[in-house]
Design a protein around this ligand. Structure first.
Ligand code: SAH
Length: 248
């Protein structure tokens, strides 16, 4: 087999890829603030005329060229749209907050695995009371930058389990990961809007279990014969759902 050299390109694209809050568009000029400018000029050593790929979670991914490089900010202009924003399966991950390292990991995996929305849900046995949403979002952004995503999961405001169940949308399947047993997720996964609900390390209380199962469209599912840690359960459930009913 012959190895083909990479095709010559008149505008080599650097491997730098960043999420920006600003809305991007053809010829739009964006000023990238401190950390982004440090990354581009200090870490990636890019200068005026070099290119970077940007995405904004709205309009896809853009090839942008550096037009100004300062110590505190870098200015870029969007030259061409490289990709449209990807479509994401309509899957929510509703999970009880976990201790710092574990919830950060969960946010990262939620982004990598392609959930549309991550909703922190407080339950009776949730032990974490303060949740840093900015930090969670930063972990999702970093995962999206690295994994070539053009969409981020929406990060929902934390809600109590009672609120989540009260406001559960009609027509959205509630895939309830029940550590005491249920039908296999392999049987339960079906196309259409869905939300996976994962409990805290201490699990759900019997009352909570009853309330969840009373929601129209709720299906109690088992993730196998072994009890998983909550973060593992979340990643596995999303992966299995994606394979059977999502876009794998
Ligand atoms: N402390 C509990 C386990 C909680 S595991 C106990 O000992 O029973 C944390 C969460 O992960 C659970 O609330 C559930 O949502 C999910 N989970 C873990 N293992 C599971 C399994 N085998 N089937 C379904 N859900 C599971």
């Amino acid at each position: 087999m012959s190895e083909n050299p990479a095709p010559e390109s008149s505008t080599p694209t650097s491997s730098a890829r960043l999420f920006v809050e600003a809305a991007l568009g053809q010829d739009v000029v964006v000023t990238l603030p401190g950390p982004a400018s440090h990354y581009l000029s200090g870490v990636m050593r890019l200068g005026v005329g070099d290119t970077v790929r940007l995405f904004d979670d709205r309009s896809g991914e853009w090839l942008a060229r550096l037009v100004t490089v300062g110590r505190k900010a870098v200015g870029v202009v969007c030259e061409a749209r490289l990709r449209e924003r990807e479509t994401v399966p309509d899957l929510w991950l509703c999970a009880a907050p976990l201790k710092r390292g574990r919830i950060d990991w969960l946010a990262e995996k939620a982004c990598e695995l392609g959930v549309a929305r991550l909703v922190p849900v407080t339950t009776r046995r949730t032990v974490v009371d303060k949740l840093n949403l900015d930090r969670l979002r930063a972990h999702m952004i970093e995962a999206a930058e690295q994994c070539g995503r053009t969409a981020l999961p929406e990060l929902g405001e934390p809600v109590t389990l009672a609120m989540l169940l009260r406001d559960w949308p009609a027509g959205r399947t509630l895939v309830f990961a029940d550590e005491t047993g249920g039908i296999s997720l392999v049987q339960a996964a079906k196309p259409g809007p869905a939300g996976i609900l994962i409990g805290p390390e201490g699990g759900f209380t019997p009352d909570e279990r009853t309330a969840i199962r009373a929601v129209p469209g709720a299906i109690g599912v088992s993730l196998g014969p072994r009890i998983l840690r909550a973060d593992t359960a979340a990643a596995v459930a999303v992966g299995v759902w994606q394979a059977l009913a999502g876009d794998w």
